[in-house]
Write a protein that binds this ligand. Sequence first.
Ligand code: FA5
Length: 339
Amino acid sequence: MTSEVAALAAEAHSLTAEALAAIAAAADVGALTAARPYLLGRGSPLTGLRRRLGALAPEDRPVAGRALSGALATVETRYDARLEELRAAERRRRLEAERLDLTELPEPPPVGRLHVITQTLQRLEDTFCAMGYTVAEGPEIETEWHNFGALNFPPGHPARDMYDTLYVDHGPPASTLLRTHTSPVQVRVMQSRPPPLYVVAPGRCYRQDTADATHMPVFHQIEGLVIDDGITLGDLAGAIETFTTAYFGAGFTSRLRPSYFPFTEPSAEFDVQRPDGTWLELGGCGVVHPSVLEVCGVDSERWSGFAFGFGIDRLAMLRYGIGDLRDLWTNDVRFLEQF
Ligand code: FA5
């Protein structure tokens, strides 16, 4: 081998080593392909050695040419292998980033709940059903006769006043109204079925009351009506006490305070004592007035009964420690989801 060929081979060897080092150092596909013209292109130092073949003796050219081709082939092979390796790594990274983790548990969607008044109403129905009562319903738009007349409210009674009652523009003036209490359901039940009767009737009521902590213009009552043989005020007091402990629990007590309602005689208010010792008026009650029995087609010589009606919203205040009735209507989910 002549010295020119040896020098050329040595240079090819060191340029090949440099090229292989550069290929190994390329960190990603972009860096490697950007280096390709320098490694294998027409202007690359290794390819440039070809131009020197012409200066060699003719018998040396094939040997030197083969050596150069071999060097270029080595670089190209290594380049292709590294390119494939880097592409595979990028595919893996992309797949890893896009992978769906099917083992991950998504956040459960927020679950709604019944409004605290609906919950209270349903618990009340359950409590009274367990005490042997059935549930009745009546319309929220009532006749003045069912709401007042049949219940002994004389025409001049203050409850009938426009300031208390919301009248509906239907029929003769002041003949149709939004019921002010659930007591008209008593009338409808007595008219529709014979005694004995053990009935509760929950529902919405309407009064022109200004909203405050314990009053709303729309509120809820539950009416109770019992008609049977020889029912007395003692049965009423017993039923109220049984209900109070069944519904509120042992820490609560009830009391009856003498009162007046046109459709019961005697009449009482029913208060419940909170664990902090304060009393809250929950509703009214009394022995059903004989003239109410008669007007509803029940023989007052043969049957007697008691009735009660109390505020469901006030009851929810007591049971859940709610300070202001208006919070039940503003629909702030942070407030409502506590119950
Ligand atoms: C009545 O409505 C009678 N019908 C109750 C009754 C039934 C007596 C059967 C005798 C026999 P009163 O007007 O007191 O009574 O209302 C009863 C209860 O409804 C009140 O104690 C209170 O708890 C609730 N209530 C009345 N007005 C409102 C209001 N604006 N907002 C919230 N609750 C009310």
